[in-house]
Ligand binder design. Structure first.
Ligand code: SAH
Length: 357
């Protein structure tokens, strides 16, 4: 059962122009065109960053000026549905975009932090067979402002509900989409999240299937964001099937780019590895992975596979998981097992398919 009316997805035009999509120079000209002094640009930016939803709430600006600005702050994300889990500490949102596309974001509260997991694309073109988003294909890239709004709304929510320490502390690009395939918009969003929202670059994680040119470009940004590489297999033979883009950027090239990222940023990277029963969880694969990572500045995040509709694959048993962890640690590889927040509301990794049933 669908509980919303979805507009036909025929028109895939650009989202309405939003202040947050503009270059600093364009913001300045807009302010000048309105006949205002240039400092207004910074003021407007600050108001937006400080999480006032729309100009209507910026009461230190004269009402007429707020009115003139409002067209530059259109509502980009229409809330469709929110579900919560973990006694309210995990909240998954489905948003409708101007063209009817649906995207999702998740906010997770922990005692010491609050993390937003946000989407960079509507759908995803990477076609990883175990990921729900990968099954639907790519609809379109999100604009910078559509990405930023997810983080901004997550911050409001963290403050409202007292999640974490009452403020958003971490942002992970682990929602729908491949962030490095929407590079410009993602970087504009990262910049605002860091300099505008006051979240440290190292608390922002960009997770990628391993688009080598994107990793190399990211290394040159001078922003030490955390890089996560979704590896899922240490060998090309298996990875070609689990992460199809491996056929273009094989394991060795991805690892070399990640190593160079360490040199450029001083940041260790994460290796994401979803444990799939009898597919990539064998002890010999753990040993191959340990060998691959030996001497590298990497941390392994094992993710129990989350079930996705229609998939024949299941999660590795607890015992096998323990064994996998032991082999990696014995091999000197720093390893943790990710908790699967939100799996009962399809809000966990790989389950974000924007279903509204
Ligand atoms: N496209 C990016 C970011 C989105 S996915 C990437 O691939 O990194 C975020 C993480 O969830 C990735 O590591 C992805 O491989 C993992 N994931 C996808 N489907 C999953 C599933 N069914 N169970 C567990 N993890 C999954």
């Amino acid at each position: 059962m669908t509980d919303v009316t979805i507009r036909p997805a025929g028109r895939r035009g650009r989202p309405p122009a939003h202040w947050a999509d503009l270059e600093a120079q364009e913001q300045l000209s807009l302010i000048t065109d309105l006949g205002w002094p240039k400092f207004r640009a910074r003021q407007v930016d600050r108001h937006y960053n400080q999480f006032s939803a729309t100009p209507q709430g910026w009461t230190d600006l004269p009402a007429a000026e707020r009115e003139r600005l409002s067209g530059h702050f259109p509502e980009l994300l229409t809330p469709i549905r929110t579900r919560s889990a973990d006694s309210g500490a995990t909240r998954k949102h489905v948003w409708q975009l101007h063209d009817g596309s649906l995207v999702e974001s998740v906010v997770m509260g922990y005692p010491d932090r609050a993390t937003a997991c946000i989407s960079s694309q509507a759908g995803c073109g990477m076609a990883c067979p175990f990921c729900a988003t990968g099954q639907e294909g790519l609809t379109r890239n999100l604009s910078a402002a559509e990405i930023i709004e997810q983080a901004r709304l997550a911050h409001l929510e963290a403050a409202d509900l007292g999640l974490g320490k009452g403020r958003l502390s971490n942002v992970v690009f682990m929602g729908m989409g491949e962030p490095l395939a929407n590079y410009r918009a993602v970087m504009r969003a990262v910049r605002r999240i860091v300099s505008g929202f006051g979240i440290s670059a190292r608390s922002v994680t960009v997770s990628t299937v391993g688009l080598v040119p994107g990793i190399r470009r990211l290394a040159e940004e001078g922003l030490p964001v955390t890089l996560a590489v979704s590896l899922h297999a240490p060998d090309d033979e298996l990875r070609d099937t689990l992460v199809p883009v491996n056929q273009r950027f094989p394991v060795a090239e991805v690892m070399a780019a990640a190593d160079d990222y360490v040199v450029a940023t001083g940041r260790r990277y994460s290796i994401e590895y979803a444990l799939i029963k009898d597919i990539n969880d064998q002890p010999e694969r753990a040993r191959m992975l340990a060998d691959l990572l030996s001497g590298r500045i990497a941390h392994v995040n094992l993710i129990p596979l989350n079930p996705t509709p229609g998939s024949v694959w299941t999660a590795t048993s607890a015992q096998r998981t323990e064994q996998f962890i032991r082999i990696l640690r014995d091999g000197g590889v720093s390893t943790t097992l990710r908790d699967t927040r939100g799996s009962d509301i399809d809000g966990a990794c790989g389950q974000l398919a924007a279903e509204t049933a």
